[in-house]
Design a protein around this ligand. Structure first.
Ligand code: PRP
Length: 211
């Protein structure tokens, strides 16, 4: 039997995923050592491997078959646009992709004015403004703390993830439009889905029963 490899987005999603896998009897003791700098972990008995990667790299590993299965946020799946089957909504990591800004910017979204949009998600922002709203915008890519955009005058609005809304509130910004709901998803390599259909479908079935 060959190894089935899981790529998990580092951080909270990975921890939640490991908790869920544990419920269906898939464990990886090695991975629980928080001080370890190891990147890849093996469960010899079940012939499984797990590795932790930066979220945006997870769909890449899965597309190329370096991982059979990946767990990553829907936002990353949309932004990276890699070839892979999205097979399961894991129900955690729930949040929303939104257009946010000062209340005064709401008006700018009603017309077809050229506005500036700061975001970590240029593809999602472009799809939304160009294809759904038919509004030509100037998209400015940032790598984090995107809420700064309208505050320091870099952009009119932002496209970003809103979970509790506290980052917006504490910075005097509002949700102006909602783009889509998000959560953690399981993705599968297209070839693995055929070659390892039985093992993968069995895992999916057991996960569905836990959700
Ligand atoms: C994310 C997101 C928002 C914040 C939303 O940022 O980009 O800034 O969380 O969460 P809230 O609605 O619960 O306040 P993250 O913490 O990942 O860091 P970043 O700003 O550096 O990207």
């Amino acid at each position: 039997m060959r190894y089935l490899t899981f790529a998990l987005g580092k951080g909270r999603l990975a921890n939640k995923t490991l908790e869920l896998l544990e419920k269906i009897g898939i464990t990886c003791e090695e991975m629980k050592d928080k001080d370890s700098r190891k990147l890849i972990f093996v469960n010899e008995e079940l012939k499984l491997k797990f590795f932790l990667a930066k979220g945006p790299d997870v769909p890449t590993y899965v597309e190329y078959g370096a991982a059979d299965i990946g767990v990553v946020g829907k936002d990353t799946i949309m932004e990276e646009n890699r070839r892979a089957y999205e097979v399961l909504d894991l129900g955690f990591g729930k949040c929303r992709m939104c257009v946010c800004g000062p209340a005064s910017a709401k008006e700018l979204l009603q017309h077809h004015d050229m506005i500036r949009v700061a975001t970590k998600y240029p593809k999602i922002a472009k799809d939304y403004f160009y294809n759904q709203k038919h509004q030509t915008v100037d998209i400015i890519k940032l790598n984090g703390s995107v809420e700064l955009g309208p505050i320091v005058g870099l952009s009119d609005v932002i496209v970003d993830i809103v979970e509790t809304g506290s980052t917006l509130r504490e910075n005097g910004l509002d949700v102006l439009e909602e783009i889509c709901p998000l959560s953690a998803r399981m993705i599968v390599n297209q070839v693995s889905m055929k070659m390892e259909a039985e093992r993968i479908k069995n895992i999916l079935q057991r996960l569905k029963e836990e959700l």
